[in-house]
Design a protein around this ligand. Structure first.
Ligand SMILES: CC(C)(COP(=O)(O)OP(=O)(O)OC[C@H]1O[C@@H](n2cnc3c(N)ncnc32)[C@H](O)[C@@H]1OP(=O)(O)O)[C@@H](O)C(=O)NCCC(=O)NCCS
Length: 231
């Protein structure tokens, strides 16, 4: 099966949502305004075969604490009937090309350690796996709210709160030195901006951090790895 890859438009949302639901058990962002915002970021791609959307890549940009621009290959899905024909590889290659023509310093993807198909795609696409093995923790932003006023900037130290507007949710990625103050601040900001998910990717071996996240109502979503290409 051959497919043409092009930028996604709001008109593709229904077909993309059906593919996402089959692949991840969750459709695209249900709020139409937010979905339109995510789709209008211009970096999402669809693969089209015989006039039908058969796969998509959910891409967007974030900034690191030091200001580096990162091209996030956040979601990749191909309809089951179209798999194994190189469409996933085509979407990865097109995402890398889009990243290269952006101002991003790197393209990266967070890949489940069990997801062999995605790992093969990343390796074949020139990505390298980061040596530090990680785990992903997620929390509903509303959990534990009411903890009080926003945290003073000094307490946040080296924590970094990156706002994200993905195809499936709006939220905050907690990065850097994650502390109780950083978690409290992320919740306050998420609540103020009506975002509903907070995520943290932390070294698997960090028992102290795991305990902090679990005690704050985060759940472990699984073992993951960062795969990246420096641009
Ligand atoms: C990952 C995914 C996008 C790949 O799409 P695809 O169109 O089948 O990809 P391609 O045909 O380009 O290549 C798939 C590669 O994975 C391999 N593969 C497929 N299923 C596999 C499996 N279960 N275990 C190991 N490798 C697998 C294929 O052999 C191929 O590798 P090769 O070219 O080295 O032989 C698709 O399987 C999918 O939608 N999965 C569910 C969602 C998902 O896991 N997304 C990634 C994380 S966001």
């Amino acid at each position: 099966m051959s497919a043409v890859i092009r930028p996604a438009t709001p008109a593709d949302a229904k077909a993309m949502s059906a593919i996402a639901r089959a692949a991840f058990g969750e459709g695209l962002e249900p709020d139409p305004t937010r979905l339109a915002r995510a789709l209008s970021q211009g970096l999402n791609l669809v693969a089209v075969s015989s006039g039908r959307v058969v796969g998509f890549a959910g891409n967007f940009l974030t900034r690191s604490r030091s200001g580096a621009l990162r091209f996030e290959l956040d979601l990749l899905a191909v309809a089951e009937r179209a798999r194994g024909a190189g469409i996933g590889a085509g979407l990865v290659a097109a995402s890398v090309a889009a990243a290269k023509s952006s101002d991003a310093d790197m393209i990266r993807a967070l890949v489940a350690s069990q997801n062999r198909a995605m790992q093969r795609l990343c390796r074949a696409g020139g990505f390298e796996r980061d040596r530090t093995r990680r785990a992903l923790y997620v929390s509903d932003a509303s959990r534990g709210l009411g903890a009080g006023a926003a945290v003073s900037f000094a307490l946040l130290k080296d924590a970094h709160l990156a706002p994200v507007c993905t195809l499936t949710y709006s939220g905050i990625w907690l990065e850097g030195a994650i502390s109780q103050a950083a978690i409290d601040e992320a919740r306050q900001r998420a609540s103020a901006d009506d975002m509903f998910r907070i995520g943290a990717v932390v070294p698997r071996a960090d028992a102290r951090l795991e305990a902090l996240l679990l005690s704050n109502g985060f759940g472990k979503a699984g073992d993951f790895d960062w795969w990246a290409i420096r641009l």
